[in-house]
Design a protein around this ligand. Structure first.
Ligand code: BTN
Length: 249
């Protein structure tokens, strides 16, 4: 039970724990409008209207991790989409620590986290411009499959307990927030270059044939300096995919 299990968070973070919510991202938005600040973490035991990227549902029974973090990084607006990669690195750091070393924990562009080739975690970043504020706030929603994974998904899913002893949800939440905090600090201090390098080290399917949701297909050739996926096409042209999703073919 959430109320009996208080996770440790790094300095500067505050926890709002709920048993069941629609979507923790929606609660984060409401809290933001009511004045919640950088470092507010909303954690729920289950969600009744959890959502993923591209308006997909995120099935959210008890036992897995569902949280949203309010961040207000000192980064100019055009660079804010970089957070998708920063957050993915943080989630990977945390999840990999609970898995055997031989399990490959990789990224599917832009920010899905895969374990042994199946999706174990997803991240939904939403930006919110507050009326009286110059800076945009970010809501980073994170779902990690700990004890169960949905069956009918467009990309095969897995959970930590399929490969290792499942951590307590509160423990994984602590690990995720600590790792996210470290990655955000590196990003704000050193910029996107190191983030991109680290992300590429764990990228899934570099050199594989892919098809983007925009219809473009070719070979996954890397990330550009903004985080767009570089697709090498058969005619030699290189397409930079800024948003959407990709499918390996
Ligand atoms: C995706 O892979 O499509 C992103 C999934 C994000 C799911 C998390 S669970 C916590 C937060 N609240 C939501 O409604 N979605 C995110």
């Amino acid at each position: 039970m959430i109320g009996e299990d208080i996770p440790a968070l790094p300095p500067g973070y505050r926890l709002v724990a709920r048993e069941s919510v629609g979507s923790t991202n929606d609660d984060a938005r409401a809290l933001l409008a009511a004045g919640a600040t950088q470092g507010t973490v909303i954690w729920a035991e289950s969600q009744t209207a959890g959502r993923g990227r591209h308006r997909r549902d995120w099935i959210s029974p008890p036992g897995n991790l569902y949280c949203s973090i309010i961040l207000r990084p000192p980064i100019e607006m055009p660079r804010l989409p970089e957070i998708a990669f920063v957050a993915a690195l943080g989630v990977r750091d945390a999840v990999a620590a609970y898995l055997p070393a031989e399990v490959r924990v990789e990224f599917k562009w832009p920010n899905d986290v895969l374990a042994a080739g199946r999706k174990v975690a997803g991240i939904l970043v939403e930006a919110e411009k507050l009326p009286d504020e110059a800076r945009t706030a970010l809501i980073v929603g994170i779902g990690v499959n700990i004890v169960s994974a949905p069956k009918e998904t467009s990309y095969p899913a897995t959970c930590i307990s399929a490969m290792a002893r499942a951590p307590r949800v509160s423990r994984l939440l602590s690990s995720v927030i600590a790792a996210l905090d470290r990655r955000v600090a590196l990003w704000t201090r050193n910029g996107f270059v190191a983030i991109r390098q680290d992300w590429m080290q764990h990228a899934f399917g570099v050199g594989a044939q892919i098809e983007a949701s925009t219809g473009i297909s070719g070979t996954f050739a890397g990330l550009d300096e903004t985080g767009a996926m570089i697709i090498a096409m058969t005619d030699g042209a290189r397409h930079h995919l800024v948003s959407g999703s990709v499918r390996y073919i």
